[in-house]
Design a protein around this ligand. Structure first.
Ligand SMILES: [Ca+2]
Ligand SMILES: [Ca+2]
Length: 203
């Protein structure tokens, strides 16, 4: 039975394709994400765009998660963290819409990933490039390959910070986060094994 189970799993792996396993529209504030204030100042935290009086300049609809340093000067370092997302082995990606305005290469907008519930983070992608309109459309889209993290439950972090002092920068906006991955083993594998058992009974 062990061999048959392994064969069934191998068959599943061979035919499994990526599907949407997580989405967040931010149409209810920061939605399922949790917000960290790593500077401990309460400045420029990820919030609803309306909290800063902004519109959605990402190209998404409804609300966009927004972190603004322009709203009030002061040290800031904020990360917005997704719930744990179980991804299987195989092709996987995270995509999102955004609008980011950098101030004099002082601040950073980064996308990070954790495989230990937020205990430690790896940078997937970061930028200091003005992207999209200035307090205006258009927005932009980004897709990042996270296949290397297959087989883990991951958290995705959107990190906006300025490592310098005397912060007073612009802003970052994010909308429509989508994670596509081969569904984690569990439901799919059980379905495969169920099919195998049924076919054996027919013989
Ligand atoms: Ca939205
Ligand atoms: Ca700073």
């Amino acid at each position: 039975m062990k061999i048959l189970a392994a064969l069934a799993l191998a068959a599943m792996a061979g035919t499994a394709s990526a599907a949407v396993v997580f989405t967040e529209s931010f149409d209810s504030g920061t939605g399922s994400f949790t917000v960290q204030d790593l500077a401990g100042t309460g400045k420029a935290l990820w919030k609803s765009m309306g909290d800063y009086g902004y519109s959605n300049w990402t190209g998404g609809s409804g609300n966009a998660a927004t972190a603004s340093s322009d709203f009030a000067s002061g040290e800031f370092n904020t990360r917005m963290v997704s719930p744990g997302i179980a991804i299987g082995n195989g092709p996987a990606s995270v995509s999102f819409k955004y609008n980011y305005q950098n101030f004099a290469f002082l601040d950073v907008f980064a996308v990070e990933i954790s495989t230990n519930g937020g205990g430690s983070w790896s940078t997937l992608w970061s930028t200091q490039a003005d992207t999209g309109g200035f307090f205006a459309l258009p927005g932009a889209s980004q897709t990042i390959d996270i296949s290397a993290y297959g087989g883990n439950t991951v958290n995705i972090g959107f990190h906006y910070y300025d490592p310098n002092t005397g912060d007073w920068d612009w802003y970052a906006q994010v909308d429509d986060v989508v994670v596509e991955a081969v569904p984690a083993p569990g439901a799919a594998a059980l379905l495969g094994l169920g099919g195998l058992v049924m076919s054996r009974r027919r013989r």
